[in-house]
Design a protein around this ligand. Structure first.
Ligand code: PMP
Length: 391
């Protein structure tokens, strides 16, 4: 049977994280592995009301096929929310997608031929690596520093003829790192100079719980770029609603690729989410999430300082859902993972986030999905494992 599969399937594997999530799903395991929002913060009652109202007020049209571009009212709300963040976005330049993950898939379809050079951050977002890999590009990596990508490496990659640069400048998954203002401007200038398409993925930008909001890199680019957004982290991922902002020529191609994938994003989901946004104050809901995640992140850092050996370095993100740990060279977080699972605590080993197979001594911790009791117990157990492991 395997000879029937397309050649490209041979190069792409099941998402390592999705596989890990199966192991860590047991309730006795304290899991810092998944990238899950805190379900206690899902607006269940408000969504219940919104769905009743959708069916009583607009009825069957919520169940009908609709346009590929997406619900006009929803796109208007996305545009208004960008305006509050200081970015002017025409609703007609917004394409509603089935999660922001779909943007990566349709961008890959639209832009990538086999062997095209795609620049990604190292470590990089696994879902993007997977989506792009199916189109057999050549990945070129740039190291992430505390304030964003290494600019010499980035320029060298661009000079060598890159087609696009995919990046997560706010509270990156997996590292939690954010680009400084200077690096945002420098990245935009370099993409313009070398004519590299910039794909900015921003599902976490609104979840800043400390420090100053910074403009998107997209807003500094003079040449057309791509900006992806999502309701997954500020409302609920189950809706599978995200979007992409771009200029007309790119937009039209993305529409074609999306039509081939799913015709349009679920009308039911869009209608309910729109109703929810029209009848509730999403901004105060986002404040609530930020307040909670901020506390959880503070507490996790505090517990790490208490229970981890001091030669384990961590990032201290100002937002988002993840922090990133680096053990001394020569230690394997894959081996640590096996020991941690025996002690009923889980994280994601770092190596899958590096397309060059490095990063063996790193791992990702999620802080959004655990309360303080579990954070304390989980970090304590993990600290004990690391202690015995490093000895
Ligand atoms: N981009 C990044 C960086 C992510 O972390 C995620 C979620 N894991 C996504 C895109 C996809 O999010 P969604 O499809 O739910 O919008």
């Amino acid at each position: 049977m395997s000879e029937k599969f397309a050649r490209r399937m041979g190069t792409v594997h099941r998402s390592f994280i999705r596989e890990i999530l199966k192991v860590t799903a047991h309730s006795e395991i304290i899991s810092f592995a998944g990238g899950l929002p805190n379900p206690e913060l899902f607006p269940v009652a408000a969504m219940d009301t919104a769905s009743h109202e959708v069916f009583s007020k607009i009825g069957s049209s919520a169940l009908q096929y609709s346009t590929t571009e997406g619900d006009a009212g929803l796109r208007a709300i996305i545009s208004q929310r960008y305006a509050k963040r200081g970015l002017t976005v025409d609703p007609d330049s917004i394409l509603v997608t089935t999660g922001s993950q779909q943007v990566l898939d349709i961008c890959a379809k639209v832009f990538l031929d086999k062997g095209d050079k795609v620049v990604i951050e190292s470590p990089g977002y696994l879902g993007a690596i997977q989506a792009f890999s199916l189109f057999e590009p050549e990945f070129v990596t740039v190291s992430l520093e505390d304030d964003g990508p290494n600019l010499e490496e980035l320029e060298a990659a661009f000079k060598a003829g890159a087609k696009c640069f995919y990046a997560v400048p706010n509270f990156q998954n997996p590292s939690g790192i954010s680009y400084s203002l200077e690096k945002r401007q420098a990245v935009a200038a370099l993409t313009d100079k070398y004519g590299v398409l910039f794909v900015e993925d921003d599902p976490y930008g609104e979840l800043r719980f400390m420090g100053e909001d910074l403009p998107t890199v997209y807003s500094f680019c003079k040449k057309p770029g791509i900006l992806c957004g999502s309701f997954s982290k500020i409302a609920a991922p189950g809706f599978r609603i995200g979007w992409v902002v771009t200029e007309k020529t790119i937009y039209d191609k993305l529409v074609i690729a999306k039509q081939a994938s799913d015709l349009h994003t679920s009308t039911v989901a869009q209608s309910i989410l729109r109703r929810y946004l029209e009848t509730n104050d999403i901004e105060s809901h986002v404040e609530l999430i930020k307040e909670r995640y901020g506390r959880q992140r503070e507490y996790m850092v505090e517990m790490i300082q208490k229970y981890f050996p001091s030669d384990v370095k961590i990032t201290k993100p100002e937002g988002g859902m993840f922090l990133w740990a680096t053990m001394p060279e020569g230690f394997s977080s894959m081996d640590l993972f096996d020991m941690a699972i025996e002690h009923k605590v889980a994280f994601v080993p770092g190596r899958p986030f590096y397309v060059d197979g490095s990063g063996e001594n790193t791992f990702r911790l999620n802080f959004s999905n655990s309360d303080e009791t579990r954070i304390k117990e989980g970090i304590k157990r993990l600290g004990q494992c690391i202690d015995s492991f490093l000895k």
